[in-house]
Design a protein around this ligand. Structure first.
Ligand code: CP
Length: 306
C-alpha cells in the first residue's frame, strides 16, 4: 500500500507530476469533479488544524468524494484509550483513504502498519508535515518558476517546526540550492535534519540569529511560528515567541522578487502591514494547499487500485 509519511517517500519526478496535476485542476476543475465519486476520505485529527484538515476535506468534496472523521482526540475513542493502530484498522473499513494528524512523532507510520487503505501524514508532532511541503513546493514553483539555484531562508522555530524539516528535505534534492538557517540558539535545526539533508549532501548553508543580517541574499523567506504546544515550559515560550517579527521596515533590504512564505497560522511573526506587500505569498500558499492535496488523493487512490 502506498502511503505518504515522509516527503522523501515521493521522488522529485513524482512531485513534478503532482504539481502538474494540481495546476491542471486549477485550470480545468470541471474535469475532476467526479474523479472520486463513491470514494471516502477519513480525516483523523488528534491535534488542532484549520488549513490542513479543511483543505483535505474541500479537496475530496471537489473531487466528488465524501468525507468523515474527527477533529480532536477527545471526540474519538482515543479518549477511552484506543490505540492508533486499532483506530487505523477499524477506520480502514469505513473509507478509502486516511489523512492523520497526531501529536506523537511516528503515529501515522504506526497507523500504516494496520491500515488497509493509504495513510497520509498530515503532521506528526515536531517531526514532518509532507503535505504542507507539497503545498510549499507548488507555491515556490508558481511564484519563482523553478526550484534550482534558490537561496532559502528558514526563520523562527527550526527545532519544533515540522514544516521546515520536510521542506529542507524536499529542497535538498534540487540543483544549486543554499539554505540560511535563522533561529535563536535554543530553536536551532535538529541534527536529524541538518546532517541528513544538508551536511551529508554537501549543500552550502549558513546560520544566523539575525534576520536583518541575511535578508538581502534570500530568494525565499520562510517564516515560522514558535510552536508553543511543543514547549515543556511556558516561560521559555514567552521568552522566545517574539524572536522575529517581520515588518515592512525589515524588508527594505530584501530582493524585489523575494517571496515571503509561512505555513500559517501566524501569531506575531509577520506584521499585518506586510500582507499588502506583493512579495507576501502566504495566503496564496494556503490556497494552493487544496489543489496539491487533490492531486495527492488522486495519485494514492489510483495506486491503491493497481
Ligand atoms: N499549516 C498548517 O498545518 O496549518 P493548520 O495547523 O491550520 O492545519
Amino acid at each position: 500500500m502506498r502511503n505518504l509519511i515522509n516527503i522523501m517517500d515521493l521522488s522529485a519526478k513524482e512531485i513534478d507530476g503532482l504539481i502538474e496535476t494540481a495546476c491542471d485542476i486549477m485550470k480545468f476543475p470541471e474535469k475532476y469533479e467526479r474523479a472520486c465519486e463513491h470514494k471516502i476520505l477519513a480525516t483523523l485529527f488528534y491535534e488542532p488544524s484549520t488549513r490542513t484538515r479543511l483543505s483535505f476535506e474541500s479537496a475530496m468534496l471537489s473531487l466528488g468524494g465524501q468525507v468523515l472523521g474527527f477533529s480532536e482526540a477527545n471526540s474519538s475513542s482515543a479518549a477511552k484509550g484506543e490505540s492508533v493502530s486499532d483506530t487505523a484498522a477499524i477506520v480502514s473499513g469505513y473509507c478509502d483513504i486516511i489523512a492523520m494528524r497526531h501529536p506523537k512523532e511516528g503515529a501515522p507510520l504506526v497507523a500504516a502498519q494496520t491500515a488497509s487503505v493509504p495513510i497520509i501524514n498530515a503532521g506528526d508532532g515536531g517531526h514532518y508535515h509532507p503535505t504542507q511541503t507539497l503545498t510549499d513546493l507548488l507555491t515556490v514553483k508558481r511564484e519563482k518558476g523553478t526550484f534550482d539555484n534558490l537561496t532559502i531562508g528558514v526563520c523562527g522555530d527550526l527545532k519544533f517546526g515540522r514544516t521546515v524539516h520536510s521542506l529542507i528535505g524536499a529542497m535538498s534534492r534540487y540543483e544549486g540550492v543554499r539554505f540560511v538557517l535563522i533561529s535563536p540558539e535554543e530553536l536551532k535545526l535538529p541534527r536529524f535534519v541538518k546532517q541528513q539533508f544538508i551536511k551529508d549532501k554537501g549543500i552550502p548553508y549558513e546560520q544566523s540569529t539575525q534576520l536583518e543580517e541575511v535578508m538581502d541574499r534570500l530568494d525565499v523567506l520562510y517564516m515560522t511560528r514558535v510552536q508553543r504546544e511543543r514547549f515543556f515550559n511556558e516561560e521559555d515560550y514567552l521568552r522566545l515567541r517574539d524572536s522575529y517579527i517581520l515588518t515592512p521596515d525589515k524588508l527594505k533590504s530584501a530582493k524585489e522578487d523575494m517571496i515571503i512564505m509561512h505555513p500559517l497560522p501566524r501569531v506575531n511573526e509577520i506584521s499585518v502591514e506586510v500582507d499588502k506587500d506583493p512579495r507576501a505569498a502566504y495566503f496564496r500558499q494556503a490556497h494552493n494547499g487544496k489543489y496539491i492535496r487533490m492531486a495527492l488523493i488522486l495519485k494514492l487512490l489510483e495506486e491503491a487500485k493497481a
